[in-house]
Design a binder for this molecule. Structure first.
Ligand code: AMP
Length: 288
């Protein structure tokens, strides 16, 4: 398969060494790390090493959980590309290419694009990055089937898989509140989640992620963020993508992370379990 060949070529040239900006990981963090996972993480880097890091991470999680938000922040912090296959699909949809017509119904019904098409799109994206001298990545939305995970496994050395988790009753609200600025492309969320604690379960507050005034009038909603389509996407996630979690769990690569709330609460905790440090200039970047 041509796509696989390109992926293979990319894998061969991008290398598989993990260089992570980590503060000292003296002991394994209590949250989420399976035994041995900490050993995959490199010791504290020097400033020079921060510039050379090259991690290959995957973000898993249900639609609406916030994979894009956290993957994008981490990619800025680590200086590596954030590659979201959903974005690649939407770019293809926005083009006038022959694939566009084929994809529109699939995506708007919340179904998965075929493994061949998605591998082809990812392969092209990796090749482009390779030409630009990119190395390392955070993959978001791929793999979504065990077959995709096996294809990836055959060609890339994935260092770490972060599985973001959020209570089910909140996911739908998060998807319905999602907005994109049609001009700058940034993602926002108008949903204000405020769930009271019940039966010993803690409550949860997630403030909305509001756009700056310049974006406010340009907000659009994704065609697949309607209630009916989100239900279908959640159903498909349970059927097709949850087995991917097990695939990586068995390999000892899965880091489970239960989001405790919105970004202000969750981001520092995520950095903590990843033993990452945020420097002042990174904070400014992530906030931008
Ligand atoms: P997302 O933005 O990740 O929710 O993706 C939007 C849509 O793109 C999905 O509902 C699928 O139709 C398609 N898609 C994205 N990534 C994949 C993938 N890895 N496999 C199959 N379809 C995908």
């Amino acid at each position: 398969m041509a796509a696989l060949t390109r992926l293979l070529r990319s894998a061969a040239t991008s290398g598989s060494t993990a260089r992570i900006s980590l503060s000292t990981l003296a002991s394994e963090p209590k949250t989420g790390f399976p035994a041995g996972l900490a050993a995959r993480l490199a010791p504290a880097p020097t400033r020079k090493e921060r510039d050379e890091r090259n991690v290959q991470w995957v973000f898993l999680g249900c639609p609406g959980v916030g994979k894009g938000t956290y993957a994008s922040r981490l990619s800025q912090l680590l200086g590596i590309p954030h590659i979201a296959t959903g974005d690649l699909v939407r770019e293809e949809l926005a083009s006038t290419g022959p694939l566009s017509q084929k994809l529109v119904d699939i995506v708007n019904q919340g179904k998965l694009v075929s493994d061949e098409i998605i591998v082809e799109l990812l392969s092209k994206r990796l090749s482009k990055g390779e030409e630009k001298g990119e190395s390392g990545f955070i993959l978001d939305g791929f793999p979504r089937t065990v077959r995709q995970a096996e294809i990836l496994e055959g060609v890339m050395d994935i260092d770490l898989v972060v599985n973001l988790k959020l209570r089910k009753d909140v996911l739908m609200e998060k998807c319905l509140g999602r907005r994109i600025c049609s001009e700058c492309g940034k993602n926002f969320n108008l949903a204000r989640i405020n769930v009271e604690g019940q039966n010993g379960q803690p409550g949860m507050y997630m403030p909305p992620l509001l756009p700056p005034s310049g974006c406010m009038t340009k907000l659009i909603t994704r065609a697949d963020d309607t209630e009916e389509v989100v239900k279908e996407r959640l159903r498909i996630y349970n059927d097709m993508s949850q087995p991917v979690e097990e695939f990586y769990r068995r390999q000892g690569k899965l880091l489970e992370f239960d989001l405790p709330g919105g970004i202000p609460e969750s981001w520092p905790k995520l950095l903590q379990v990843l033993s990452l440090e945020e420097h002042d200039e990174d904070k400014q970047l992530a906030a931008a």
